[in-house]
Design a protein around this ligand. Sequence first.
Ligand SMILES: O=C(O)CCC(=O)C(=O)O
Ligand SMILES: [Fe+2]
Length: 417
Amino acid sequence: MDLNFHVVTVATDVSRAGILIESSRKFEVPVLNLGSNVPWRAGQAGGLKINLLKRFLSGLDDANIVLFVDGYDTLVNAPLDEIAERFFEAEVDILFAAQRQWRSEKDLSGHFPETKSGDRYLNGGAYVGLAASLREFLSAPLADDDDDQTYLSEAYLRHSQGGSDIQVALDTEARLFQSVSAASSDITITEEKQILNTTVDRRPLILHGGGDKADKRRFTNLGASLGISRKQIQFTGTNGAFDVVGPEIILTDFLDPAECRKLIAMAEDYGEWKSMYGDKFPAQELRLRTLDINLFNKLEVHFANDLNKIIEKYWWPMRMICLRDAFIIKYSPDTQASLSCHTDASMVSGIVKLNDDYEGGDTWFHRQQYSTKYAPVGKMVLWPGQVTHGHEGREVTAGTKYSLVIWTSRTRNDLNY
Ligand SMILES: O=C(O)CCC(=O)C(=O)O
Ligand SMILES: [Fe+2]
């Protein structure tokens, strides 16, 4: 395509950009990640996104067109030429997605008139414009930790209320962009897998989630209806290989570190951590079948075809083990920091460190004097669960620990614990 049409995003943690990546692959839309290898400081807000975009724009000829989309909650549902066409039809220099709720701290909401669709505010997660216009529009300085939504809304009001020859508009008619909120009942997916806004009778091509957890989940569900989801986690085959690392404790391959990061991102996007131990601990667990039933089903197959072979080999002649449950546990000093010593209601249990950038937090088997401290991220430690291998999750003193735990049973569907 010789349109000089660039699609850019900022995903400093690319493992969270699965939906954008899958959708752009489906429609062969090349997306440039301006956030590759850019460290993200905690507390940093959207200002960094704009500063990276400004740097990118400074190297472009005026005639280029740039579409910016947020990295973690946007999807495209058409090829690039159709997207470009919708922008040209709007006959403006810059077109922003519109949204229904005002979400910035600084209240500028009174400056935005009501619209037919109900979406009236600027949405900073998706916009497209001519390079020269965008450069001018974004000329005011901002800090990496400034709020991008406020910055863009202020610039929009300046430019739309006269005194500028740049034509800026909000896409309140869902010509190209549709923002998703859990409450917006007017967005549906047609049989032809198009996004339909029934209030304005338009078929926008780019969907942006954003907002709170419920909005994000709605976005994920709409994506799934379009046949677009994060590429599923791949489990690593063991080829029957394992190491004995302690008394009746073995270690084997399970997940790549990149897949571990993807799983953490999925769990954090889902965001609902509950207790499975009654009221003894604050809510810090997420069952895999709740997070993604298909992923749990896939793990069940991987367990039966692969992990179970190792278990039956090492603990011969024990037989007939089934995966019973799998969950992700999150620990941090200010929520649940540890798990006290216990045995599991599980024939053979497994634990996988999904990350190791925290302090403390090893799993300690007191009778075997074995610690998971040196188990690499993504490997699975397996042990007999019910009698001999009491263990505890030691206190996490800094950072956040994520582990994946699997429990097994003698019979399928033995879910009583
Ligand atoms: O996360 C840990 O360190 C231990 C988890 C555990 O033992 C369990 O969930 O049964
Ligand atoms: Fe346990």
